[in-house]
Design a binder for this molecule. Structure first.
Ligand code: HEC
Ligand code: HEC
Length: 411
């Protein structure tokens, strides 16, 4: 027992999850590769010392984030070793494309991590590139080298499955085997468990489509069919939050009639074309429901964290440090807002403890004396946020709407 995280409840949850994926595999719902990825994802013997798996910080019981929401960052397997950022959800991460530079927009798009550093260019999939990292990260699973990881897999009771999936003797070549570990985990992270699409918002979408609504209008809550479905599914507050979320705002501190909060400018509510990922059976063919991100990067002007674990940290340059362009310093990934009601704290440094706080920040960042200075002031976005002119009731409505994006809604 190395960590407080390995409580009895956590062990039971891990065993439960293992049983669940083994069961899904037996039912033919998972391929062998996906099952292998699942066994790797939950295996707490793949850290040094044993005791931490991917699931420790991306727990299915906690919307695939770190259950330890009292701190803004995560503790590695070694006690008192902490990372520098908030753990994002592994759910819906599959939809991020391989990172590229959009020349027309002048924007970086795609990749994994807050700063895009798992681009997808190494193994052809951002999720696979991402999975290469944690095993060897000294503040995460803390293996000294790939040999330790592969040796532990060779001694596991799923070593045979590994060879079935990747070929006899495939554990003998450490470099190749390590890449295949990452590819297997990525395959598992592309299964339906990581993209349930059963939030209240999804239920509303289905209802709107069922009314004969146009998919784009349903997503944005526009038109009579959307309104009818909205009235049937959402509370009035959630519905007004949706309208605010989608509406534009010129950021002049006054909310004029017809204006909203500008959220969907970045957390876009558009259908996208499916590519090697999960599509719910109720969606128009080959289309993925809104992910509430455009996979770009931006500097919101989030203040430097004063939390004891981060107060002495260097300024986090985010995307800029990865792409080597000072113009991109201070920019972080526009995260998907799916399950956002379940994944506190918020932002790359966990500065905001609640959805209400971060919403208030969008609304009032530029009013004097309300917030500490931005961590990296030079590239802050002053066009789309900071002085929205929302009332307290508007902020509450936005929060209520965001909570409808949590999976597991039942009527
Ligand atoms: C000690 C906690 C910890 C462990 C263990 C861990 N992660 Fe993470 N994970 C994080 C943190 C923190 C980040 C964000 C780091 C950053 O952006 O620099 C992250 C980022 C990610 C992302 C990117 C999500 C996105 O939207 O950009 C994915 C996917 C992910 N982890 C999957 C995994 C997998 C797979 C494993 C096991 C091989 C794993 N993690 C192990 C804490 C952890
Ligand atoms: C200009 C683009 C942009 C706009 C407009 C925008 N966001 Fe964001 N959002 C981001 C970026 C970028 C991040 C990550 C910032 C960071 O961590 O530094 C983010 C993060 C968040 C998070 C935290 C995500 C997490 O996983 O911790 C929430 C919640 C959120 N936004 C809600 C909203 C709401 C509500 C609005 C409208 C009031 C909004 N956003 C408008 C770009 C935007």
């Amino acid at each position: 027992m190395f960590k407080k995280k390995m409580s009895m409840a956590a062990i039971i949850a891990a065993i439960g999850a293992m049983l669940l994926i083994t069961f899904a595999a037996a039912q033919g719902e998972l391929t062998d590769k996906e099952l292998l990825g699942g066994l790797l994802y939950f295996d707490e013997n793949l850290s040094q010392p044993a005791g931490q798996s991917c699931a420790s910080c991306h727990d299915p019981q906690f919307a695939f984030v770190d259950p330890d929401s009292d701190i803004p960052v995560s503790e590695g397997v070694l006690p008192h070793r902490f990372g520098g950022r908030n753990s994002p959800s592994a759910a819906y991460a599959m939809y991020a494309p391989i990172r590229y530079f959009d020349v027309i927009e002048g924007l970086w798009i795609g990749g994994q991590f807050w700063d895009s550093r798992a681009t997808g260019e190494v193994l052809g999939d951002p999720l696979a590139d991402q999975a290469l990292g944690p095993f060897l990260n000294p503040v995460e699973m803390a293996n000294q080298n790939k040999v330790q990881v592969i040796n532990n897999i060779a001694q596991s009771d799923y070593a045979g499955l590994f060879e079935e999936v990747w070929g006899m003797g495939s554990l003998n070549n450490v470099e190749e085997a390590y890449d295949r570990v990452a590819l297997s985990i990525a395959a598992f992270e592309r299964t339906a468990e990581f993209a349930k699409f059963n939030s209240k918002y999804d239920y509303y979408l289905q209802k709107c489509l069922g009314n004969g609504g146009d998919p784009a209008e349903c997503a944005l809550g526009v038109g009579p069919k959307a309104k009818k479905a909205g009235k049937a599914v959402f509370t009035p507050k959630e519905w007004s939050g949706l309208q605010l979320f989608m509406g534009e705002n010129n950021n002049d501190g006054v909310l004029e009639k017809g204006e909203g909060a500008m959220c969907a400018a970045c957390h876009v509510a558009e259908w996208t074309v499916a590519a090697n990922n999960v599509v719910p059976d109720w969606a128009p063919e080959g289309m993925v429901p809104p992910m509430f991100t455009d996979f770009t990067y931006d500097n919101l002007g989030v203040p430097k964290s004063g939390h004891p674990l981060l107060v002495d940290a260097d300024i986090d340059l985010g995307l800029g440090a990865i792409v080597g362009d000072p113009g991109e310093n201070g920019k972080f990934k526009v995260m998907s807002l799916r399950n956002i009601g379940l994944t506190a704290p918020y932002a790359h440094n966990g500065f905001f403890l609640t959805l209400g706080e971060i919403t208030h920040f969008y609304n009032t960042r530029d009013l004097p004396g309300v917030w500490p200075l931005s961590e990296y002031p030079d590239t802050v976005n002053f066009d789309e946020l900071g002085n929205l002119g929302l009332s307290n009731a508007d902020e509450d409505a936005l929060v209520e709407f965001m909570k409808t994006l949590s999976d597991g809604y039942t009527q």
